[in-house]
Design a protein. Structure first.
Lengths: 994, 312, 253
């Protein structure tokens, strides 16, 4: 069948635009938002005869201004992917999980099944329902659903993604990289990127980087590997993984030693001058000392700490009059309490952290560290930016201009994905503070809704098991920011209430939950068993699980009575992922071109430095088959289960569907705050706060699917302490209190936990004995470097190498191997090894090798590279696939030559003396320690199979997917996808496994 | 380059056709000049017929090389610039010329003189075209030399002459010895040419380097990724995909099969008059030529390969 | 005479492949007909692309540069691929210098690909005609497309604007200026093909700091009554003053 004979061509006649292919057919364009990754660029989709002709960046979109990326431009192949699910599916009775044998059912049946099962759980023990979501952007909705359900067992991917980055920075400066802030590369002159391969802010960062370089800035990359962005760095500083904390501390050491810190900034805007009680016998040891008399702008946070005023030589309440704090020194208060300024304590901490010390840990020569410190410090000091913008700070001081220092940083999972990441990121935040670059031009800038408090008080987590009650919404938000032991979600014995043990003594500040432990914990029944696990957009049978091989077994494991240990698993996916095989019920989702979505300020919006910004998706093509948007499924289920927020006073359902929900839902009755901040008010003329607007979606659609609120210049900088901004933010419900967000060089929240571990302090809660020392050690109010926990537990002689992964720019996690164009760019992956390291192990370029960790081994191909630190090996993340998954042929490169590093990474640390197993995560935040694994490499025996290991039973094509295997295909808009159907039918006739 | 069998057959078959025709025609000329006795007309006619057959087979093979054979006629249009186009014109001309010469010879027509000359001109032109197709690609340094032309010429003559020897043993035994002598001489000369070519190519330094390919002047530049992992036209078309050892063994194979072995067999066959031995001589030489042609393509290292060294 | 071309700035190219797939996307439904893919979901997927992004490593650890290198047809001013074509399917347009293939004439003999030293041509294995970058000739003149977007798809897509497009024969064009001012160079100049596309080399941004810039009279340490030296000394001063002081150590100057 040759459905697509070459179209007539007129090129030779030099009439480029007048050829049949293009002139023919009806052509129209529609704007929406990309979701080939989480960056959320605006796209313009041109359709010809209602088929996607091409997708380009929307030139009028504030985020990407018309550019697109490799994934975004391959959206057509996502629509036509043969791995698309199109029918709700129920596991065949009698078939095993993992075998992927399903029968097609109707949506009615699917809803009945879920309503009955979830209804029963809700009216008995709501925590037996767990809802976890992967690489989604729906947390405002899914979080609401969980809370209304009454289960605490909800989280998104943050715990295994980058919670260290979020928490480390939010607890220190009140905002974070990631979607909530970033480097002001328009004005920076020196830019340091640490541990970033291809971040969320994908296109905007690329745009900014090239402009920065063209403007003559210097770009330094600190990374064990030089790829992607780092490729165009002016200087590459290779570093050993997990050691950045030491580097940051040494840089801080140098800046203070040389007097290259921005004293005016540090003294006024951080807690550097706050006096800390240093009496080891005091119950308030390590806490700041409060004075009298300052009005509290925030009942949850004191603002009356004392300074030792350097003019009067007396203790005063901070910022009173013309006072200016002593940063160094040791003092005694009138009541005899010995105190020191936080800055002095920081300096004392840093004494040992010399460049030489750091050199031994990081592998970076001390000379380089010293040079870097002076470059940073002198650049910050001598190239001050001044903007003629008057503003008033939180203590009433009027400033006639905004100033800044042109040194910017960006960091991501290279710091975050280590079990020492929280303290490392605190150290980085402090470094940025010393350089005076927080929310100032040329440095780090916040994005709405940040800055918030350190930590924010917006969402308090429930702190006792009583807050989980049948048929009742949860007594708090499932996720939030604990400010001390009293905010832990534990029972009277100190045991975790959540299935993932977030907010317990094991991981007190697990502000994004700990999705990576859910399956293991539920399987083991520790802390308890659950009944139903609903996974949305998460491929936990592959990419987002640590210890993938074992997790797959757990998903399939049964009790003695033949019941699955995790009795019911619902998976909402758009493709035939590895996870689908383990589902009891599969819900086929739409693609991003087929649905309504809101990227809400209540979740992670696309805000710009200059103000809040949110965006939507609107359908461009109709859903394929019986696909249904998960958003609609959530609203439907919530309505059927009669959640209060989804039910009208008369008991009828409140919202027709998701579209209707977004228009009419408000966070509290008449709060005027909903999912979308733009075009509110009956006529759509109100911004941020306002009554529901029935035409809101249409107005978004007309405005490039975005709402961008540009704040006046006087609200755009110094927002932590900008009174005008904070009053505005409270009025517009971005913040609850207008108090200043003081930078926490010294983190009192951590000290509260440490005190509890020492049997002291304001809280009566105490960690269990087994965790006492752990809490005391890691909850250090000052940053420090320690070896990652996994490395501490590993025989480093036996496993001498660090193994890390990176994001390839042209692939999104595990979900692009079904994309015919993208998989040609990355069909399989190699372990990338420095030739010196490889040769020492007798390994040649292109050899098959074994990579072994304490936990397991994989076989893969080796590729030499000079662009990696010799103690590190790396590979692209999630290119390797399980056989048959994503509807790929059994011989596909992904499963035969590709491999997954996750098999080597454990979700738990080796058992301690008592046999207890703690998560392989940051002891503070519960961030998964992906990049802590240590490995050894050896040449595979030449007689061994030339295929990657482990291999899994091939996953059959699921009902509703499109059968296609051999031959060729090609797309021509208006004529559809031409494929060699004859080959397929031949194959089908032969009865070969598809 | 990736040796395409259609091209290997095309070039070797028409080579035989051309050599055979030249041998037969030489006999005709010799006899006309009275330098030898008149040949059996059947030998001349059969020689032409076989030449036409070989050339036709070659032509057929050339179609196999085309993605769009139905449009092959278009290939004759660009004779002003393209050696390929010229070959496309000259090959049929040669075919027709030889056929006309054969027919007129058979019918005793006076036109045969003219047709003979025309065919010879076409034959030589065809050698030039075929050779130039390869020799004109200046950055394929292994090919960009007059030796390529001479080699095509010599190998065509040698193999054609070998076949003519076989034919004469069947149809005109009186010429067998002469032809065998010629064939041995031509084969030896061809060996000299081919050896010269090998020696030249062994000394070649590629003008293009990875440095000039991407414009980065540093002694150590290595490709890590070529942008496509499952292969592309560029990895299929320009790469033989065989080991060096395989290449070397093919080289020795053709050096043996195309030259000394058929020469020895020719001598044996001619002195013993055993047709089977002469048939073997041709067969061996032809197989040797196939290997030679395979090697000819495989050895040519296209500069584009600098861009297609590694995947990851 | 106009010679349109791309100028690719290796100084900012991050190797994202946006130009690769946006090219495929535009062209598969364009005048070129489709661009087919073989084994799209099986072993060794392969297809026709007009543009590829490659990666090279220069130097040895730790002095390694990673160079991302996009490559498409260079629209040579003296294109060796054109005269060899037996059918005239390959041609260079006089009015703008774009080298094109007429897919209706091409017989798929691949000879032009042999004649291109850059490996810029790819046969479409399904249609069996030779294909290559068209400089988006069906886009750059299309009046139906807003003028700002009337550039090659890869140029519009590129997030780092590493791809400049224009007339290299116009001395005042952005591309000519870039070539002149930033050392634009051609690939494999040794063959005299005079590629129209040029590449801009890496450049190093630097910050020069010398030791005497570090110490200054307004050093914050002076405010805090400390003299730059070792951190231990800074602290020690405080320690010494610690007991029994309730007075600031050295402060208030
Ligand atoms: N070794 C290693 N492992 C890692 C990491 C690492 O760095 N190294 N990184 C970790 C990090 S940071 C993250 S965030 C996780 C990500 O891991 P996951 O959250 O598991 O992300 P994906 O692999 O993309 O899988 C998401 C699923 O969403 C499906 N999907 C795609 N589009 C849609 C849609 O529109 N609707 C629905 N319902 N489903 C859709 C896909 O088919 C896929 O099955 O991976 C983690 N895993
Ligand atoms: N194209 C594409 N874009 C994506 C994604 C994708 O899958 N594909 N995923 C998205 C998601 S969910 C996330 S979380 C972000 C992640 O964005 P990134 O954080 O940029 O992603 P990673 O690939 O995890 O990058 C980790 C980098 O840190 C380096 N590294 C590892 N350990 C260390 C260390 O100890 N110190 C230092 N200095 N560097 C170290 C690695 O070499 C690597 O370059 O990307 C998002 N963007
Ligand atoms: S960066 Fe992400 S959102 Fe933007 S175009 Fe690429 S895939 Fe789409
Ligand atoms: S789109 Fe631009 S940055 Fe990306 S690979 Fe192509 S040229 Fe480089
Ligand atoms: S790059 Fe190759 S295909 Fe393009 S014009 Fe030059 S020689 Fe021809
Ligand atoms: S493949 Fe087509 S374009 Fe190339 S030389 Fe042959 S006929 Fe010309
Ligand atoms: S100019 Fe057009 S055809 Fe050429 S590489 Fe760019 S997008 Fe592809
Ligand atoms: Mo992530």
């Amino acid at each position: 069948m040759d459905t697509a004979a070459p179209p007539p061509l007129d090129l030779q006649h030099d009439r480029p635009a007048e050829h049949e292919g293009q002139a023919g057919g009806s052509v129209r364009t529609k704007n929406t938002t990309c979701y080939m990754c989480a960056c959320r660029c605006g796209i313009r989709v041109t359709l010809r005869n209602d088929e996607v002709r091409y997708i380009e960046g929307n030139p009028d979109h504030p985020l990407n201004k018309g550019v697109i990326c490799a994934k975004g431009a391959s959206g057509i192949m996502k629509q036509y992917s043969p791995a698309r699910l199109t029918k709700p599916l129920l596991r065949k009775p009698g078939s095993e999980r993992g075998a992927a044998e399903f029968e097609v059912i109707s949506w009615d049946r699917a809803f009945d099944l879920m309503t009955e099962r979830l209804g029963k759980i809700r009216s008995t023990d709501p925590k037996k329902f767990a809802l976890f979501t992967g690489r989604d952007q729906m947390q405002a909705l899914t979080g609401l659903f969980a809370r209304q359900f009454g289960t605490p067992n909800y989280a998104a991917h943050g715990g295994f993604c980058s919670v260290n980055m979020a928490a480390g920075m939010i607890y220190t400066i009140g905002g974070s990289f990631w979607e909530f802030g970033g480097p002001d590369l328009d004005r920076a002159k020196l830019f340091v990127m640490i541990g970033t391969a291809e971040d969320h802010h994908s296109n905007p960062l690329k745009m900014a980087l090239s402009k920065f370089k063209r403007d003559g800035g210097k770009f330094i990359s600190i990374n064990p590997v030089r790829t992607g962005y780092s490729a165009i760095a002016d200087e590459w500083i290779p570093i050993r993984p997990g050691t950045d904390g030491a580097l940051m501390l040494a840089l801080c050491h140098e800046l203070i030693r040389l007097g290259l810190y921005d004293r005016d900034f540090v003294a006024r805007y951080s807690n550097a001058g706050h006096l800390v009680n240093i009496d080891p016998d005091s119950d308030s040891h390590g806490m700041t000392v409060g004075g009298e008399g300052l009005a509290h702008m925030n009942p949850f946070r004191q603002h009356n700490q004392l300074w030792w005023d350097r003019h009067s030589g007396k203790p005063v309440v901070n910022h009173s009059g013309d006072s200016d704090p002593q940063l160094f020194g040791s003092f005694r208060l009138h009541d005899g309490t010995p105190v020191k300024p936080a800055f002095q304590l920081l300096a004392e901490r840093l004494v040992e952290n010399t460049p030489e010390w750091a050199a031994g840990i990081t592998g970076i020569p001390a000379e380089t560290i010293r040079r870097l410190a002076t470059e940073l410090g002198v650049m910050a000091r001598d190239h001050r930016i001044e903007l003629p913008i008057a503003w008033t700070d939180s203590w009433g001081k009027k400033h006639d201009r905004v100033t800044g220092n042109p040194v910017a940083f960006h960091a991501m999972r290279g710091l975050a994905a280590h079990s020492n990441g929280f303290q490392t990121i605190r150290a980085l935040s402090i470094l940025m503070t010393l350089l005076g670059t927080i929310d100032r031009p040329g440095g780090f800038r916040h994005k709405a809704p940040y800055p918030r408090g350190t930590p924010p008080v917006i969402a308090r987590v429930p702190n006792s098991p009583d807050m989980v009650k049948p048929d009742t919404p949860l007594g708090g938000a499932p996720l939030g920011f604990p400010a001390g032991p009293d905010d832990l979600f534990i029972d009277a014995e100190g045991r975790p209430v959540r299935i993932d043990k977030a907010f317990s003594w094991e991981h007190p500040l697990a502000v994004h939950g700990m999705m990576h432990n859910v399956i293991t914990n539920a399987w083991r029944g520790d802390p308890y068993r659950i009944d139903t696990l609903l996974m949305f957009m998460a491929n936990m049978a592959w990419n987002s699980s640590m210890n993938t091989s074992e997790v797959r077994k757990m998903l399939n494991d049964k009790d003695a009575d033949g019941q699955y240990k995790i009795p019911f698993i619902i998976v909402c996916d758009a493709f035939q992922s590895e996870m689908c095989a383990y589902a009891d019920l599969v819900l086929p989702d739409t693609t991003y071109l087929e649905r309504y979505d809101a990227m809400s300020l209540l979740d992670r919006p696309i805000s710009e430095f200059d103000g809040p910004c949110d965006s939507v998706r609107v359908p461009v093509v109709p859903p394929k088959g019986d696909c249904k948007p998960f958003q609609d499924v959530v609203v439907e289920l919530a309505s059927r289960l009669k959640f209060p927020a989804f039910t009208a006073a008369d008991g009828s359902r409140k919202f027709k569907d998701y579209k209707d929900f977004v228009i009419n839902f408000q966070t509290a009755p008449d709060s005027g705050v909903g999912f979308l901040a733009g075009y509110r008010g009956a006529n759509g003329d109100k911004a941020l706060v306002g009554e529901p607007n029935p035409d809101q979606w249409e107005m978004y659609a007309k405005n490039n699917c975005v709402f961008h609120y540009a704040m006046p210049p006087e609200h755009q900088y110094m927002r932590n302490w900008n009174q005008g901004y904070n009053d505005w933010a409270v009025k517009n419900k971005l913040r609850m209190h207008p108090d200043p967000v003081v930078i926490q060089l010294y983190c009192e929240v951590l000290q509260k936990f440490r005190l509890a571990a020492q049997g002291k302090g304001p809280s009566t809660r105490r960690p269990p004995e087994a965790l006492r020392e752990r809490v005391e050690t890691y909850f250090d109010p000052l940053p420090f470097w320690y070896s990652p926990l996994e490395a501490q537990a590993t025989d480093r002689e036996r496993y001498p190498l660090n193994a890390v992964t990176q994001r390839p720019m042209a692939m999104y996690h595990s979900w692009d191997s079904q994309n015919a164009w993208l998989r040609q760019i990355h069909a399989h992956n190699y372990l990338m090894v420095n030739p010196a390291t490889a040769k020492a192990a007798g390994i040649a370029d292109d050899d098959w090798i074994w990579v072994e960790s304490m936990h397991g081994k994989v076989r893969c191909l080796c590729r030499y590279t000079e662009a990696v630190e010799p103690g590190t090996v790396w590979t692209w993340n999630a290119i390797g696939k399980a056989k048959g998954a994503w509807n790929l042929g059994p011989q596909a490169n992904e499963s035969q030559k590709g491999f997954l590093l996750n098999h080597l990474i454990s979700e738990e640390l080796p058992a301690d003396a008592s046999g207890a197993r703690l998560s392989n995560s940051d002891p503070i935040t519960g961030q998964a320690g992906w990049y802590d694994v240590r490995v050894r490499i050896s040449k595979a025996d030449p007689g061994e199979a030339k295929e990657s290991f482990p291999q899994f039973e091939s996953m059959p094509a699921m009902p509703g997917t499109t059968p296609t295997r051999r031959g060729w295909q090609a797309f021509f808009a208006g004529k559809g996808l031409a494929t060699e159907m004859s080959a397929i039918s031949r194959e089908l006739k032969k009865g070969e496994p598809r | 380059m990736h040796p395409a069998f259609s091209l290997i057959f095309l070039t070797t078959l028409i080579g035989v056709a051309q050599g055979l025709f030249l041998a037969v025609y030489s006999i005709d000329v010799l006899s006309r000049l009275g330098l030898s006795e008149l040949p059996m007309p059947s030998f001349i006619v059969a020689g032409c017929a076989m030449s036409v057959l070989f050339a036709a087979l070659g032509l057929l093979a050339s179609f196999l090389h085309l993605g769009r054979p139905e449009r092959a006629w278009r290939a004759a249009t660009m004779w002003r610039t393209s050696w390929l186009s010229r070959e496309v014109i000259v090959l049929p001309a040669f075919l027709v010329g030889v056929a006309a010469y054969g027919v007129s010879y058979a019918t005793g027509s006076l036109w045969s003189d003219l047709f003979g000359v025309v065919a010879v001109v076409a034959c030589v032109a065809l050698f030039v075209c075929t050779g130039m197709i390869y020799a004109c690609l200046r950055f394929l340094q292994e090919w960009a030399s007059p030796l390529t032309l001479v080699n095509y010429f010599m190998l065509g003559c040698a193999s054609g002459c070998t076949f003519a020897t076989l034919l004469s043993a069947l149809l005109a035994p009186g010429y067998t010895e002469t032809l065998a002598t010629w064939a041995i001489g031509l084969t030896t000369a061809a060996l000299v040419v081919r050896a010269a070519m090998l020696a030249r190519n062994a000394r070649l330094r590629p003008k293009s380097t990875v440095q000039s390919a991407i414009g980065v002047k540093h002694p150590k530049v290595q490709q890590k990724s070529q942008g496509a992992m499952g292969g592309s036209f560029n990895t299929r078309e320009f790469n033989h995909g065989r080991t060096r050892a395989f290449l070397r063994s093919i080289k020795w194979a053709f050096l043996l099969l195309a030259f000394p072995l058929p020469a020895a067999l020719l001598w044996l066959g001619a002195t013993s008059g055993a047709v089977a031995v002469l048939a073997l001589a041709f067969a061996v030489q032809y197989v040797g030529l196939l290997a030679e042609r395979w090697f000819f393509f495989a050895q040519a290292n296209h500069p584009q390969n600098l861009y297609y060294q590694a995947i990851s | 005479m106009t010679q349109l071309a791309l100028v690719i700035d290796l100084n900012v190219c991050v190797g994202c492949h946006a130009c690769v797939t946006s090219c495929k996307e535009w062209n598969t439904s364009g005048v070129a007909g489709f661009l087919s893919d073989e084994n799209p979901y099986d072993k060794d997927p392969t297809g026709t692309f007009f543009n590829r992004v490659q990666t090279y490593e220069v130097g040895e650890f730790p002095c390694t540069e990673t160079v991302h290198f996009p490559k498409s047809c260079l629209h040579c001013e003296d294109p060796p691929c054109v005269p060899v074509c037996p059918t005239g399917a390959s041609y260079k347009r006089k009015e703008d210098g774009i080298v094109l293939v007429d897919y209706d004439k091409c017989i798929g003999c691949k000879y032009c690909a042999w004649a291109c030293p850059y490996g810029a041509r790819e046969i479409d294995e399904k249609q069996q005609v030779m294909k290559k970058c068209t400089l988006c000739v069906d886009r750059i003149y299309d009046q139906a497309i807003p003028e700002a977007q009337r550039k090659p798809a890869c140029v519009v897509a590129c997030p780092t604007s590493a791809r400049l497009f224009g007339d290299i024969h116009d001395a005042d064009s952005e591309v000519s200026r870039a070539i002149r001012e930033r050392g634009g160079y051609a690939l494999m100049p040794e063959w005299g093909t005079e590629p129209a596309n040029h590449y801009l080399p890496r450049r190093k941004g630097t910050v020069a700091v010398d030791a005497d810039q570090v110490n200054r009279i307004d050093s914050p340490l002076n405010v805090d009554g400390r003299i730059p030296g070792t951190l231990a000394a800074l602290i020690a001063e405080a320690q010494a003053a610690a007991d029994p002081a309730s007075a600031p150590a050295g402060g208030g100057r």
